[in-house]
Ligand binder design. Structure first.
Ligand code: PLP
Length: 443
């Protein structure tokens, strides 16, 4: 069989290119119908279109040079000013980034460089609750910082006493989540920040998930504890615009209490024949579209829009939590009160339940330690509460009656979960990734 070259000698028409792409997405997650419970924060078609138009309008512009594109500089400055106000940081300074992971990478690098410059620390350590997002492990790995992972309490929240015990002379940063991704619970931010301050260490709030939901939940009367720069000892904060900010993918912010702290994030190089090089974050070229779309959505929604969407998300989450808790055999993990939560079972194989739901078109993330299924609720899910719960009741009842679940990922998760050390799973996962990113099988 002779292979045609990968890059065809002749290009296709505009229409053909798009037709081929649309044909390729038929098996993609059906987020438009509210059947996917992670990855896409769907707030409706009008919002998506504003973001799409703003994005394409500024798609070619490059945020690496704010001098060449004063429009992008202004969008970014206004996005940051809005965030600083929302998070009560009158002196706060930050940058936009490509996402939560980059915001977190920057916060860890900044803390490392600050500690090196101000405290002479050469073997930095990072103190993390075990529930914190893996981006912190990634940052530790990339930047040569040793992560100290501290088990969370029985309520899945950071354990302040255990965190305190983990802070040592080399600690450069302590972290708490508002809320955590796996269980959607708020870490005790005030207590953790006070402890860090007492020890003379920086403290980061990971509000990647909750950042653009919590301030509005609070205004709607939900009992939201202080989690931002109002809290003494909080020195930096990350919040994702491409989650509950409903912006296009590729938009997050990282904020520091002062511009002096932010300085440790910046990179400059004046020794290059190509001229003076200055870059605020990880990326070199920075996509103008993501910055423009984030600005556009903040302007389009305004406070009223975010309050309306927050109300929908919180009401929908409550209905789902109550519905799930009422299914015999199912129970929530911890006491989640926001828009994200996990549930498990003492009587049913929870992964088999995940497979049974998947066979009915519902994509739920699987969690480990303990095994659980996970929901991230968006405005689009308001329309599917009843059908979802009906299917969940039916699937749980069928499993309880001894009927086997359809084939899915239960066997793999069961196998991974049975490994005594999560490190043992890493070789298996690497092999899986080699396969995922193998191009040799493509046409
Ligand atoms: C999503 C998330 C992150 C990482 O953000 P990405 O945009 O996926 O890189 C970090 N922390 C929390 C709590 C999150 O939910």
């Amino acid at each position: 069989m002779s292979k045609s070259p990968r890059l065809a000698s002749q290009g296709l028409s505009h229409q053909d290119v798009l037709a081929r792409m649309r044909a390729m997405r038929t098996e993609d997650a059906r987020w438009q119908e509210g059947r996917t419970w992670s990855l896409v924060y769907n707030a409706g078609e009008d919002i998506r279109r504003v973001a799409a138009e703003a994005y394409t309008e500024f798609m070619s512009e490059n945020g690496l040079s704010p001098l060449a594109f004063p429009s992008l500089r202004r969008f970014e400055a206004e996005v940051l000013a809005i965030a600083a106000e929302l998070f009560h940081g009158p002196t706060a300074a930050g940058t936009m980034t490509s996402g939560g992971t980059e915001s977190i990478l920057m916060a860890v690098k900044t803390a490392r460089d600050f500690a090196r410059a101000e405290r002479g620390i050469s073997e930095p350590e990072l103190v993390l609750p075990a529930s914190v997002h893996p981006a912190f492990q990634k940052a530790a790995h990339y930047f040569g910082v040793k992560p100290i992972n501290v088990p969370v309490g029985p309520d899945f929240r950071a354990d302040v006493a255990a965190m305190r015990a983990a802070v040592g002379p080399r600690t450069v940063l302590v972290v708490g989540s508002a809320p955590s991704y796996p269980h959607g619970v708020m870490d005790p931010i005030s207590e953790l920040a006070a402890m860090a301050q007492e020890k003379g260490v920086l403290f980061h709030v990971d509000a990647c998930l909750g950042g653009f939901l919590l301030p509005f939940a609070k205004r709607l009367g939900h009992g939201i504890p202080d989690f931002d720069f109002t809290v003494p000892g909080v020195t930096s904060l990350s919040a994702d615009l491409h989650k509950y900010g409903y912006a296009a993918k590729g938009a997050s912010i990282v904020l520091y209490r002062t511009p002096e702290l932010r300085r440790h994030q910046f990179f400059t190089y004046a020794g290059w024949s190509g001229g003076i090089y200055a870059s605020p974050s990880m990326a070199g070229t920075r996509p103008g579209g993501a910055i423009a779309a984030a600005w556009a959505i903040l302007k389009y929604l305004g406070e009223e829009g975010y309050l309306r969407l927050a109300r929908t998300v919180l009401d929908t989450s409550k209905a789902l939590r109550e519905g799930i808790s009422a299914v015999p055999g199912l129970k929530l993990l911890g006491k989640p009160s926001l828009s994200i939560f996990a549930f498990t079972s003492d009587t049913l194989d929870i992964y088999a339940l995940g497979d049974a739901m998947e066979a009915r078109g519902w994509k739920l993330d699987r969690q480990m330690m303990p095994p659980a299924l996970h929901l991230m609720v968006t405005p689009a899910h308001a329309a599917v509460v009843e059908p979802f719960l009906a299917d969940l009741r039916a699937c749980a009842a069928s499993l309880a009656s001894g009927e086997p679940a359809p084939d899915g990922s239960a066997a793999m998760y069961g196998m991974l979960g049975a490994l005594p050390d999560p490190k043992d799973a890493e070789g298996f996962i690497l092999q899986f990734m080699d396969g995922l990113y193998d191009v040799s099988e493509q046409e």
